[in-house]
Write a protein that binds this ligand. Structure first.
Ligand code: T4K
Length: 372
């Protein structure tokens, strides 16, 4: 392995001249933000690409999620999972709502749909499931439950850009889906995010919430914030969108190589392809079974780091163990999430990760085992 650090991910960038070429127009027009030309073009292109009626762009995914929750005028309890990034739960709490944690399933680490109904009370207003790592929740069962109890469904689809289930883009499930376009994501706009929804009645409230509630210069209709995507972000998005399919194909090759090389290592588990799902290969999580592998997850992570491979423990600790939430919640209530979070490591994955580096990472994992 060369001595360069290999990080868990690396931003996908377009050709330098391609991006700089886009910037000339911004300099000519002096129009930097507030629904500029690139902003409008990117929203339109994403509506086509995701085959969804409405896309509203945001400066980041987190504020998009807050906007979704606030625009639907929800109050009370929201059922969600603790096996996620801080953003999901923080968005719920910062919107004045109470998170209720449901456990995840062992098959794909998304919400355990068999446990949702037992958590519904007369205060439940919504479900915020997470398509974690780009693994798609059981959208059909969630839809049935939501209909039965008259609940809204807002998907945290931060990891799920460009994924299709049986040919249908994932943006089309639930009331609203939030995508993150952060630098670390499959598709990035530097920082950025979007809400995708088919019900056009949501559009006005969402637009107001990201622009101070301003309907026009003399009409301020709601107490909105500022979460607008600027022209530099939108230009990056337009460039990256041109290359997205190629970039996902490159990720796919790396994932296939990981699966091939890791399949011979005892005590290392990973997820296979899911039937009917066209993946985006966003993350490559593995579970370390200490009893079989011979080292625990933390020992393996430290060992790899000494070899310049910077894996991450997405998602450890669980959200219900965070200092800011642990007095009100108990991680023992979500035992599957607890176990997975204690065993998981996400391996480096980005479109231009060299296959030789991928092979070397797997060799290191093999060498770290007691079965070496
Ligand atoms: N919901 C879920 C389920 C999410 O995972 C996220 C974000 C959100 C909601 C909220 O969406 P955003 O508001 O972020 O749009 C990273 C990302 O910052 C965060 O976007 C992401 N999830 C989370 C899973 O990962 P950190 O604290 O791990 O990032 P950081 O700075 O340690 O970067 C990780 C690696 O990425 C670095 O080691 C190298 C590489 N990197 C990073 C940056 C910032 C680059 O190559 N380029 C860069 O510019 O949170």
């Amino acid at each position: 392995m060369n001595n360069e650090k290999i990080m868990v991910t690396r931003s996908t960038l377009p050709d330098y001249d391609e991006y700089c070429g886009m910037l000339k127009r911004i300099w000519n027009d002096h129009w930097l933000t507030n629904n500029g030309e690139y902003h409008e073009a990117l929203a339109n292109e994403l509506e086509s690409f995701l085959d969804v009626e409405n896309i509203t762009l945001f400066t980041n995914g987190h504020l998009a999620l807050e906007s979704a929750l606030q625009s639907l005028h929800l109050s009370g309890e929201v059922i969600t999972t603790p096996f996620t990034f801080a953003s999901t739960t923080h968005a719920i709490v910062r919107s004045g709502l109470v998170p209720v944690f449901c456990d995840i399933n062992e098959t794909d680490y998304t919400i355990d749909v068999d446990k949702i109904e037992s958590l519904i009370t007369n205060k439940t207003c919504a479900i915020v499931p997470v398509h974690v790592y780009g693994n798609i929740c059981d959208v059909d069962r969630i839809n049935e439950i939501a209909k039965k109890y008259n609940l809204k469904v807002i998907y945290d689809a931060a990891h799920a850009f460009a994924i299709k289930k049986n040919g249908v883009d994932i943006a089309n499930f639930g009331d609203i889906s939030m995508f993150s376009f952060h630098a670390t994501k499959v598709f990035n706009t530097i920082e950025g995010g979007a809400l995708a929804y088919n019900n056009t009645e949501y559009k006005q409230a969402i637009n107001l919430s990201k622009n101070f509630g301003i309907a026009n210069a003399e009409s301020i209709q709601s107490v909105g914030g500022n979460a607008k995507m600027n022209e530099f972000q939108a230009a990056m998005g337009l460039c990256n969108l041109k290359h997205i399919n190629e970039s996902i194909q490159m990720r796919k090759h790396i994932v296939e190589k990981y699966r091939e090389c890791l399949s011979v290592i005892k005590g290392i588990h990973f997820l296979k392809e899911f039937e009917g799902i066209q993946s985006n290969y966003a993350y490559f999580p593995i579970l370390v079974d200490e009893a079989v592998y011979g080292r625990n997850r933390d020992e393996l992570a430290d060992y790899l780091q000494k070899e310049n491979v910077y894996v991450r423990k997405y998602f450890y600790p669980l959200v219900n163990a965070f200092e800011c939430y642990s007095t009100n919640y108990n991680v023992e209530d979500t035992p599957i999430a607890k176990r997975i979070s204690e065993q998981v490591i996400t391996l480096p994955l980005y479109s231009d990760l060299a296959i030789s580096d991928c092979e070397k990472i797997c060799s290191l994992i093999q060498e770290g085992s007691i079965h070496e």
